[in-house]
Design a protein around this ligand. Structure first.
Ligand code: FES
Length: 86
């Protein structure tokens, strides 16, 4: 069983809970102050990105995702090997 759970909230955030680490694009860990549960903005409207600040409730964001409708795109083909001498 996974130790991290990510819930796609209807018309709102991604709730992340359990044992997880949040890092920036460079891999630096972000101090969550001991929290074991956070909400990440999915609507793009938060003034406190990456966290949800409740703006989705007033900006018209609508997205309801069900497990049977959530489909991943096929994986991208592997990158070609680098050209010799490159
Ligand atoms: S999902 Fe809540 S502010 Fe964006």
């Amino acid at each position: 069983m996974a130790t991290t759970r990510i819930t796609i909230n209807d018309n709102g955030s991604l709730r992340v809970e359990g044992d997880f680490e949040l890092v920036d694009a460079q891999g630096h860990s972000i101090d969550l102050g001991g929290r074991a549960r956070i909400g990440l903005c999915r609507c793009g409207g938060s003034a406190k990105k990456p966290y949800c600040d409740g703006s989705h409730k007033t900006n018209g964001f609508q997205s309801v995702v069900t497990a049977d409708a959530a489909k991943l795109a096929p994986p991208a083909p592997p990158a070609p090997p680098p050209a010799p001498g490159a």
